[in-house]
Ligand binder design. Structure first.
Ligand code: FES
Length: 176
């Protein structure tokens, strides 16, 4: 990981939002799903302090809340970015060096696979075959597919997306 990656600030959550949603519902397991949905809408995902607060508010055990959150695919334990970068690790892409491409994205974004950048712009994921193996190594960002990737293309791609968002690159971009 690049030295330019900044130390991450510990995440803080506005638990008053959670309290507000909980207060609109009756205690008990029957309210759990709608409360989780509303809180996720407000916070973006369901980290542990938020789940604990919901458990206390609805008089449920934290284990019960955690069990429900992990059971349903609609709930997220981690934040996701506006753009999900899906790097293909299917056979052709694996052979073509998908690991290196994931590493390159990770290095540029200062995150590991499965993580989201602090500005919530990008999430990095490894996925199975994206169906265009002749272009290996392939990645998708939103609905756009990018093929024959190498480190230089990865860097340019992210620079273009950041420019589109009016967002500064993580490290000073002196490489042109
Ligand atoms: S293996 Fe990557 S697109 Fe098929």
């Amino acid at each position: 990981m690049s030295n330019a990656c900044l130390e991450k600030e510990p995440e803080t959550f506005d638990l008053s939002v959670v309290d507000q949603v909980v207060a609109e519902h009756a205690s008990g397991a029957g309210s759990l799903i709608p409360v989780l949905q509303k809180v996720q809408e407000a916070v973006g995902y369901l980290p542990k302090p938020v789940m604990d607060r919901i458990a206390r508010g609805l008089a449920l055990s934290p284990a019960h809340v955690y069990g429900v959150v992990t059971f349903y695919a609609q709930f997220r334990l981690k934040p996701v970015g506006k753009y999900i970068v899906r790097v293909c690790h299917g056979t052709a892409c694996h052979v073509g060096g998908a690991d290196k491409i994931s590493e390159a994205f990770g290095r540029e974004l200062c995150i590991e696979d499965g993580e989201t950048t602090e500005d919530r712009l990008f999430t990095l994921e490894s996925v199975a075959c994206l169906g265009c193996c002749s272009l290996a190594v392939v990645a998708m960002i939103e609905n756009e597919t990018f093929g024959r990737l190498d480190g230089v293309k990865v860097r340019k791609l992210l620079k273009d997306y950041r420019k589109r968002e009016g967002s500064e690159p993580i490290e000073g971009d002196s490489h042109g």
